[in-house]
Design a protein. Structure first.
Length: 440
């Protein structure tokens, strides 16, 4: 007859403090208490494995990349929450440990260094011990996932490894469906999870032709995806947004990201991360699911050959846009201030399917933009936005209009009027002028 396992919660006031904590936190505290009270019986990974699996257990080990580790840890944590288990050490150096992942303003607690025994019939038909720990690899250290099974159970151990990794590479990835920024460290590529900014099409004043072209290309990876595949056409698309600074290119990419993130994973790539990991970012689409890649300021790293600051980055860009990696369900949206500065190979139609020009707003659009910027001003309805716009040159951008309002507000506070805005326009400081001269 088997006795019931002891309640892992301490039977003293500490239990009250831990009452609202997750089960794995209570287990860890209880485990540490047992170690402190019975140090002579501290288990090792080997003794923990043999205690639950008997002599001569077998093991299957895989090395985890820096990028894969958080998702594998999260999947293991979910599995622990779903099934009865026994907790033990991951390695000889420390007690079971958890760490917190920061995900767009929230935190997720995941196992970091643990050994976990699952009974027969839980994950597979034999008992297994799953260990997540930092192992030595080629003179360095890397996270490792090891699954132990009783003698003769190597196939069962391999199935558990495959299941955990498949789940981590699929819907249960902690990165899937989020807004990400690539981060390259000495340990490899990972992602910073960013909060998704609020955005609405109503906030953008753009020509209807711009929206039609953008929506047409988005359809290739969304509503027309099945059609494209049925016709043998790739569900991969590239849009290049071109126009002067401040005309709304970045705002448009934010809106596309706002609409697609969730069903898509969005990765925002700047010049630095493009230099370090552009091809690797695209390769991760196999794990991240449908992918939106935003390439900011493309002219900074895809200039003409011979003048590009990093020719390797241009080569990587041509490779991923050319379909060398055979990627489907990938939408690339790039921005540039001057498409003439780009290498011609980067902008041919097989790589970017659409070049969408976003120019300076006309007078009606500029008036509409200005009205939105002053909408929260007391008495905004009395401001003659059209008169203010008429005092500005034709090549005025949305960013310029915002700066006019900001300068007037800095000088006059909330009591803005048509006159105060016109004063800000006449001062001319709303547009930064590049000084001309020789400087030491």
């Amino acid at each position: 007859m088997h006795s019931e396992p002891p309640d892992p919660r301490p039977s003293h006031p500490l239990a009250d403090l831990l009452d609202g904590e997750p089960a794995h936190v209570r287990e860890t505290v209880a485990f540490l208490g047992r170690l402190l009270g019975e140090a002579e019986h501290r288990p090792t990974p080997r003794s923990f494995v043999e205690q639950h699996l008997g002599p001569d257990p077998v093991a299957v080990t895989v090395d985890l990349s820096f990028l894969a580790t958080p998702s594998v840890a999260a999947v293991l944590g979910t599995t622990m929450d779903a099934h009865p288990h026994d907790l033990g050490p991951g390695d000889d150096t420390q007690d079971p440990a958890w760490r917190r992942l920061r995900l767009d303003g929230s935190e997720l607690s995941v196992p970091d260094n643990v050994g976990v025994h699952f009974r027969a019939g839980t994950l597979v038909d034999v008992p297994v011990v799953v260990r997540l720990f930092e192992g030595e690899l080629y003179g360095g250290y890397r996270r490792q996932l090891t699954v132990h099974a009783p003698a003769g159970g190597r196939e069962a151990a391999a199935r558990v490894v495959d299941d955990l990794r498949t789940r981590a590479d699929g819907e249960e990835s902690v990165f899937r469906g989020r807004l990400l920024r690539p981060v390259v460290t000495t340990e490899g590529l990972t992602f910073e999870v960013l909060p998704l900014p609020a955005s609405s099409r109503e906030d953008l004043v753009l020509d209807d032709a711009v929206w039609r072209e953008v929506d047409l290309n988005i359809a290739a990876v969304t509503t027309r995806r099945a059609t494209m595949r049925a016709l043998g056409l790739a569900s991969r698309r590239g849009i290049l947004l071109a126009g002067p600074p401040g005309t709304g290119k970045s705002a448009l990419t934010r809106q596309v990201a706002h609409e697609l993130t969730g069903a898509f994973t969005t990765v925002v790539v700047d010049a630095r991360s493009a230099d370090d990991a552009l091809e690797e970012v695209y390769a991760e689409s196999r794990r991240l699911g449908p992918l939106l890649v935003v390439l900011e300021d493309l002219d900074l790293y895809a200039g003409h050959r011979g003048s590009s600051r990093n020719p390797g980055t241009l080569a990587d860009l041509l490779s991923v846009l050319d379909g060398t990696l055979q990627l489907d369900d990938v939408l690339t949206v790039a921005t540039t201030n001057d498409p003439r500065s780009l290498d011609v190979a980067a902008i041919r139609s097989a790589r970017f399917d659409a070049l969408v020009e976003i120019g300076y707003p006309d007078r009606a659009a500029a008036t509409q933009i200005l009205r939105r910027y002053v909408a929260k001003v007391p008495g905004a309805e009395r401001i003659d936005a059209a008169a203010v716009v008429d005092a500005l040159p034709a090549d005025v951008s949305g960013a310029d209009l915002r700066e006019v309002v900001r300068r007037a507000a800095l000088r006059d506070g909330e009591q803005l009027t048509t006159a105060s805005l016109l004063t800000a326009v006449r001062e001319g400081r709303w547009r930064v002028a590049v000084p001309v001269g020789d400087y030491l």
